[in-house]
Ligand binder design. Structure first.
Ligand SMILES: [Ca+2]
Length: 231
């Protein structure tokens, strides 16, 4: 599979041309290159760079979409499709990861796989890696998915919502809300890297990389040194 020259386009539900987001499964495979304005209901991802861009602008329906998960996603306000990240070895294994609020409002990290046609994902390939309960408030859901230079998948989760974190999720080490999580997607459930800071503690979830966060909406890694994390 040759993905080096392909762009991935994310089409919003309202499908205004300016809502199209460009993702590039090359050096920046794990990041949004653009801004998603409303975190809409579905991901319509499509390979083929400029041609797809033109097609999506001309035909804003998701016909021919790479993946359509509208039926799985609760949208609007701060809920909806939150992020997409491509596995560092996407060109070999075809895995990518989708972050969204499900129909209950809960936050899901799901793995999908591209199909035999490199322009179409297999909708039946979904594997839910994590479901994080988040039903109390519609706001503060996070979030972004991004693979770090260590090959692990980082996920920012909001504190659950309302204002001032009334459920104290950010400081609660047994809650996955209000955190930055770090997952090893290659070694099975519970997807915990052995050197995560809270591994081995009975009073904390081992997925946690950092805590006390309000709503880590976007973050990135230092592109020069590849170590620092900015949010
Ligand atoms: Ca929430």
């Amino acid at each position: 599979m040759n993905s080096s020259a392909a762009a991935i386009l994310l089409l919003s539900a309202t499908a205004l041309a300016q809502d199209v987001i460009s993702l590039r499964p090359g050096r920046d495979r794990s990041r949004f290159a653009g801004r998603d304005r409303a975190r809409e209901r579905f991901a319509a991802l499509h390979h083929a760079a400029a041609r797809a861009d033109r097609d999506l602008r001309r035909h804003p329906n998701p016909a021919g979409a790479f993946l359509d998960i509208r039926s799985l996603v609760l949208c609007c306000g701060e809920r909806g499709l939150l992020s997409v990240a491509f596995h560092p070895n996407y060109s070999q294994n075809g895995f990518f990861f989708v972050y969204y609020n499900d129909l209950n409002g809960d936050i899901n990290i799901a793995r999908y796989k591209v199909g035999a046609d490199p322009n179409v994902a297999d909708p039946n390939s979904a594997l839910i890696l994590k479901t994080i309960s988040d039903r109390d408030f519609a706001n503060h859901n996070g979030g972004q998915l991004a693979f770090g230079p260590d090959g692990y998948l980082y996920a920012g989760t909001g504190d659950g919502g309302s204002g001032g974190d009334p459920n104290n999720n950010g400081q609660n080490l047994q809650a996955l809300l209000g955190k930055l999580l770090r997952l090893d997607v290659d070694n099975g459930s519970p997807y915990v890297p052995p050197l995560n800071p809270f591994v081995g503690r009975t009073d904390a979830r081992p997925e946690i990389w950092s805590y006390g966060l309000r709503n880590p909406w976007r973050f990135s890694f230092d592109s020069r040194h590849g170590r620092s994390l900015h949010r």
